[in-house]
Design a binder for this molecule. Structure first.
Ligand SMILES: [Fe+2]
Ligand SMILES: [Fe+2]
Length: 256
């Protein structure tokens, strides 16, 4: 920590595979040199396999000497081993949030994977076949989990950590056919209402690096391919300086 600023390094879509030993050491070393906290925005592993989680855990243990906050992405659920993957990463100090929050050095982090369904007036609605209603219900429940996590934070500065995007702007450079699968506007409502400082997400590998919610909350797509394309000369993470000086803790928003 440098004075009254907390430096947060964010990256998404590491997609750690069985053949990744050593791949992340330079990245994690640069993060350790540059930041106070690290945020990982899902797709931590490629297939959600315990073997992959063990590789990532060893990479983290070898070079990343900071508090680490993460959420899972869709890839981390692929093999049905999410609990084991979570436990392996926890042993390496990676705290995977799923509808809960954590406060580190005066900054609050609320984390949830999020889900798909599309954006704005064209978002998928809960109508018709039961399977379609289940799909929409997943997005609604993820938004409620985000709201719950934000409501519990007492810090004046709050960062929302997602895998799926809450806005169209950071995914709209993707093919139009897949936009509804890259995020959901349902996630945007709690972000706006709880006065979030900034949002980081991944998932859209060919999305745009920055956008804003309808109330002006900055949203950053920190997916590795997006950062490589947008900032080819920079290390592959985004660094945010969060001021924390002289700000008293605030009561949770929206609680009785
Ligand atoms: Fe990904
Ligand atoms: Fe993803």
């Amino acid at each position: 920590m440098n004075g009254d600023v907390v430096r947060v390094a964010a990256v998404g879509d590491l997609h750690c595979g069985k053949a990744s030993p050593g791949v992340f050491q330079p990245l994690f070393t640069r993060m350790t040199e540059s930041a106070d906290v690290v945020v990982m925005c899902g797709d931590l592993t490629d297939y959600g396999l315990p073997e992959e989680a063990r590789v990532l855990a060893r990479e983290v243990g070898g070079a990343l000497k900071l508090p680490i906050v993460a959420v899972f992405g869709n890839h981390d659920y692929e093999s049905g081993c999410a609990d084991e993957v979570r436990a392996l990463l926890a042993d390496a100090g990676v705290r995977v949030l799923d509808g809960d929050g954590v406060e580190i050095r005066g900054v609050g982090f609320a984390g949830v994977k999020g889900f798909a369904g599309g954006f704005g007036d064209r978002a998928l609605q809960s109508w018709g076949e039961p399977v379609l209603k289940s799909f929409v219900r997943e997005a609604v429940e993820e938004a409620l989990k985000l709201e719950t996590a934000l409501a519990r934070l007492r810090t004046p500065r709050r960062i929302a950590v997602l895998h799926y995007s809450p806005i169209r702007a950071t995914v709209e450079t993707e093919p139009a056919e897949i936009l509804p699968f890259l995020g959901s506007s349902r996630l945007e409502d709690p972000i706006n209402r709880y006065n979030v400082t900034l949002v980081v997400h991944g998932h859209a590998h060919h999305g745009a690096p920055e956008g804003r919610t309808t109330t002006g909350v900055p949203v950053y797509n920190v997916s590795v391919p997006v950062l490589r394309a947008a900032f080819p000369e920079q290390p592959t993470f985004r660094l945010f300086e969060i001021p924390v000086a002289g700000e008293a803790a605030v009561p949770a928003v929206g609680t009785p």
